[in-house]
Design a protein around this ligand. Structure first.
Ligand code: ZN
Length: 160
């Protein structure tokens, strides 16, 4: 069957950057399973999977806009060191949950000095063109319960 709205899809992928360096890969592990049509994966990849069937392999280039979005300088902020009470050591690369008027956001520490911590709320892959090599492993219809919940149950999905 072809991937369409409400398909449950499992696929292997290798994600590389513009220099051909591997950023992430599911090969040798568990394939990624998602519910098609609800935005669980980046838009450019979801669109490329539409109409594919189990066994299909393909490469797709996804622009930042269709991937993790553009980088925004306003999402880089300097925060007083005192805002991190209870955290003894703050180092570059650490991630924290920040509360914003728009809800929780994951920020990454990009610089630290004695008084100030610089945090970046951009997704680490924001602003990057993404190159996916994809192999579709399986395609099935979502159950009524999965459609109602908006996510996959069982293998590769939620257990509840
Ligand atoms: Zn559920």
């Amino acid at each position: 069957m072809q991937i369409s709205e409400n398909s449950v899809v499992s696929f292997h992928y290798t994600l590389t950057d513009k220099d051909g360096l591997t950023i992430d890969s599911s090969l040798g592990g568990t394939p990624l399973t998602y519910l098609h049509g609800v935005g669980q994966i980046v838009p450019g990849l979801e669109f490329a999977l539409l109409g594919k069937t189990a066994g299909d392999s393909f490469d797709v280039e996804v622009s930042a806009e269709e991937g993790y979005g553009e980088r925004h300088d306003f999402m880089v902020q300097q925060v007083p060191r005192e805002a991190f009470q209870g955290v003894d050591v703050i180092e570059t690369g650490m991630q924290f949950q920040a509360q914003t008027p728009q809800g929780g956001m994951t920020v990454t520490v990009t610089a630290v000095d004695d008084t100030t911590v610089t945090v970046d709320g951009n997704h680490p892959l924001a602003g990057q063109t993404l190159f996916f090599a994809v192999e579709v492993v399986s395609v099935r219809d979502a159950t009524e319960e999965e459609k109602a919940h908006g996510h996959v149950h069982g293998e590769g999905g939620h257990h509840h």
